[in-house]
Design a protein around this ligand. Structure first.
Ligand SMILES: [Zn+2]
Length: 438
């Protein structure tokens, strides 16, 4: 295995203009370079290379990436092959480290789970297209929810049939291990036999950032027309809810490009946002997101912002929004909240307004997360102990703000809303234990 210091050395040396320049003839265009996309046929250049971001992107087909992922995509290189190619190009000496048998076994085990997850995902996706009375009912449900055929493909949406044995049989026939499928939460012993946990449900893969299926979001088909797909298969060797954002893979390049991101309550809302053109939308899987995911987002949005779309009609949605706020603020991200109440759901809003108008409306009506939290919690407090709790709750978020000047500004905001003197709030703030990702 290539030694980590060598990997860092290669990453730092690799210059996107050089690397792409080996394959594409580039022309300067402002701060960037432009050329004909090597991933699709085109006559006018839509392939942009940004030296500042060390990143390339095609506005025609969406392909691109950093020097390593560019080489992996273009040449079908593995990660290791891309690194070796760059080491050769930049004359970097490659140091290898021994991989212990244990490490190798762990890596193989991970790979086995990933392969099995991909297999299950394909199985469900094919089952949805099987043209049986049951699969057609599932398609009808998706259609009634407003999910398009394009989204079904884009998100790999599938269906687990009611038999409870379909995945079990498919796994056995393909020679995979049922016990591994059990570890992933795909099957479980029910009445003495292994059965499909998600039988009768619409099933949507949750992918990691590199596009590998690691878990599933699911929901039974019902006749209420309400969808959220907010059940998730549980923690496993390849999946931790706090590490995952639903649709992060699909949204990744848009977030980097637009330097902003929307966060919504659940996978269904995320899909509807993508469908409406807001392709920089993700939905959290766990209650919090961990330090690494938050830091990753912070790098992508840079000085811009993340907007949490919540609904003050739903306590659950508000709680989620507040928890997300607390996991994003320590990374120095500007966090805004947009309240989609009084509409009863985000999809109702999306179906009643043109996407561009909605974008403008969000920018006009969103408020910074601290003001939103203070107004919402303090506005709902009906007695003094609730008021004190609301103030402490808001101070807890203020504590996570990195910038001292912003902290001061938000103390003043909270003072105005709560009618408590800023000096007192500052005193209380000092006593508060800061947010921890653990
Ligand atoms: Zn292209």
């Amino acid at each position: 295995m290539i030694d980590q210091a060598t990997v860092e050395h290669i990453r730092n040396a690799a210059n996107i203009v050089d690397v792409v320049g080996d394959y594409v003839s580039l022309r300067r265009s402002g701060a960037n370079y432009k050329g004909l996309c090597p991933f699709h046929n085109e006559r006018t250049p839509s392939f942009i290379v940004s030296p500042a971001k060390n990143f390339c992107h095609c506005f025609g087909c969406g392909n691109g990436g950093d020097p390593i992922s560019f080489l992996m995509n273009l040449n079908n290189f593995t990660y290791r092959e891309a690194l070796l190619h760059l080491a050769n190009k930049y004359h970097i000496e490659v140091k290898e480290v021994e991989v212990s048998e244990e490490q190798m076994a762990e890596r193989n085990r991970r790979q086995t789970y990933l392969t099995l997850c991909t297999f299950a995902s394909k199985h469900y996706h094919n089952a949805l297209a099987a043209d049986t009375p049951e699969s057609n009912q599932a398609l009808q449900f998706l259609n009634d929810c407003g999910i398009s055929q394009a989204s079904i493909s884009r998100f790999g949406i599938g269906y687990a049939d009611k038999s409870t044995l379909s995945l079990v049989n498919a796994i056995t026939e393909a020679g995979y291990s049922i016990s591994h499928a059990n570890d992933l939460g795909l099957v479980a012993p029910i009445d003495g036999a292994m059965r499909d946990v998600m039988a009768g449900c619409i099933v949507i893969p949750v992918m990691n950032k590199t596009g590998k299926e690691v878990a599933f979001a699911y929901q039974p088909i019902d006749n209420t027309g309400n969808a959220s797909f907010a059940n998730f298969t549980g923690q496993s060797a390849i999946f931790t809810p706090k590490d995952a954002l639903f649709a992060h893979f699909q949204a990744n390049s848009s977030i980097s490009k637009e330097k902003s991101c929307y966060m919504v309550d659940n996978p269904f809302d995320a899909i509807m946002m993508h469908q409406a053109g807001f392709t920089n939308t993700v939905a959290p899987v766990g209650e919090f997101i961990n330090r690494y995911v938050a830091n990753d987002l912070a790098k992508q949005v840079k000085d811009d912002s993340i907007t949490i779309i919540t609904s003050s009609n739903s306590q659950e949605s508000l709680n989620r929004g507040f928890k997300l706020t607390d996991s994003l603020l320590p990374q120095g991200i500007n966090v805004f909240c947009y309240d989609c109440a009084p509409a009863h759901s985000l999809s109702a809003v999306l179906s009643s307004i043109h996407a561009e108008d909605f974008r403008a409306k969000i920018l006009r009506s969103r408020i910074d997360c601290i003001t939103f939290k203070a107004q919402t919690l303090i506005g709902r407090a009906t007695n003094s102990s609730e008021l004190v709790r609301a103030i402490h709750n808001t101070l807890f978020s203020i504590k996570s703000i990195r910038d001292e000047a912003s902290k001061q500004i938000y103390i003043d905001v909270l003072a105005q809303i709560s009618k408590i003197k800023p000096e007192i709030l500052v005193g209380e703030l000092a006593k508060i234990k800061p947010f921890s990702y653990e």
